[in-house]
Design a protein around this ligand. Structure first.
Ligand code: PLP
Length: 402
């Protein structure tokens, strides 16, 4: 037996042991999956098994039979805050601070403008993650123009030095979508507060994969999407967190009739609703929202800490398998080795990454490709196992070798 083959057998044995000891392994049965190794749950989470039946009921009975009565009788009207309270424990928030609705992009807009409006006189600068997912940057730029602020892109590692008496608000990503780098939310939030500014976190790549601790760390505002690690389905609505003590002063740039204190009063003057409801805008997208509600049932009895522990074990094991199987120099990891700096994905730089990912997908290993040269693999601990990880690395080694 060659050395590589002996190594392969050893690693396969370890994968079996790790799967056997995995307390979360049974959760995979809560999803609709096949024998594809699905490592793209950080882009579109897999389908939870409870969703099709729920959507069928929502469409046929709630809409089809109850029609308009469902706004009250099926709880449609209160869905944004009810589902917000289901997301709350996953991001370390007490109830009453999260509403679900609109896209992440729209919620970034609400949060950044509201953060500037909360900031004191003379604060006219917004700092934004220079490496951000583009939509956050575009929206921050427009929010800055509208509020008369200057926009300053800074690398998250340089935020502390860029803060000053003019800083109004800071918009950062908890986990970088390309590299998978996890930023230090407690320390950065504290530094922003020390400078007298407001902190807005984008949790798209962290919520559902690791503990966030919004309340514990005094975050002001946060947004996130629900179709990645929360498995809400394509285009499922995003969420907005407004810390409870800021809600009275939360001045939304998109006040709609759904955020009115008396939505059915049909009054000319706007009077904001109390609490998190103020983050609502117009009629909620009920079909997507109730699919999300059913999808969140997969979290029943699951601790985010256990998910985090498995996530780190999965990414560690993947990096180990890649190091063992893939020829030296063929790929380079962009994902930090330190656990404290790693989200739930591994990004590998590789020449020809677009072609390589195409071939991986053909062979049943689904990740994604980010221009110009990055292979991205997301690890959703609810349904990815260690055997999957080993297979992905093995197929990758065969693929880059061809
Ligand atoms: C996925 C993602 C988004 C998506 O925004 P949409 O409005 O849902 O399209 C925004 N920001 C970040 C950081 C993301 O990772």
């Amino acid at each position: 037996m060659s050395e590589v083959m002996a190594g392969t057998a050893g690693i396969r044995g370890r994968a079996k042991e790790l799967d056997a000891a995995d307390e979360l392994a049974g959760l995979r049965a809560r999803f609709v999956l096949d024998d594809v190794v699905y490592l793209d749950g950080n882009s579109l989470g897999a389908l939870p098994a409870a969703v099709p039946g729920r959507l069928d009921d929502v469409v046929r009975r709630q809409w089809g039979e109850l029609r308009i009565r469902s706004w009250e009788e099926s709880g449609w009207w209160t869905a944004p805050e009810r589902i917000g309270d289901l997301i709350a424990p996953l991001v370390g928030a007490a109830p009453g601070q999260i509403v679900v609705g609109d896209s992440t992009s729209v919620n970034v807009f609400k949060a950044v403008v509201a953060a500037v409006r909360l900031a004191g006189e003379g604060r006219d600068e917004i700092l934004v993650d220079a490496t951000t997912f583009p939509t956050d940057g575009y929206i921050a730029e427009s929010a800055a123009r509208m509020t008369g602020c200057a926009l300053r892109p800074v690398a998250p590692g340089e935020v502390a030095g860029a803060l000053g008496p003019r800083t109004a608000a800071v918009l950062l990503n908890h986990v970088d979508y390309r590299t998978g780098r996890l930023h230090d939310l407690p320390a950065l939030t504290a530094a922003v507060h020390e400078a007298g500014a407001r902190m807005v976190w984008d949790l798209c790549h962290s919520a559902g994969a690791l503990p966030v601790g919004l309340d514990e760390h005094g975050v002001d505002l946060a947004v996130g999407c629900t179709y990645k690690y929360l498995n809400g389905g394509p285009g499922s609505p995003a969420y907005l967190y407004v810390r409870s003590d800021l809600q009275d002063r939360f001045d939304s740039p998109l006040p709609g009739w759904n955020s009115h204190a008396e939505p059915f009063g049909m009054r000319r003057e706007f009077e904001p609703a109390p609490g998190a409801l103020r983050g609502r805008v117009g009629t909620p997208d009920i079909l997507s929202m109730l699919a999300l509600e059913a999808a969140l049932e997969v979290w029943d009895g699951v601790s985010v800490e256990a998910v985090r522990a498995k996530s780190l074990a999965l990414t560690d094991f993947f990096l180990e398998c890649v190091a063992a199987y893939v020829p030296d120099g063929a790929v380079e990891s962009l994902t930090p080795a330190a656990h404290a700096e790693r989200g739930s994905q591994v990004a590998l730089r590789c020449p020809d990454a677009g072609e390589v990912m195409k071939r991986l997908i053909e062979r049943g290993v689904v990740g994604d490709f980010r221009r110009p040269d990055v292979l991205r693999f997301g690890f959703t601990p609810l349904y990815v196992g260690f055997g999957d990880v080993e297979r992905a690395a093995r197929v990758l080694a065969e693929t880059v070798g061809t």
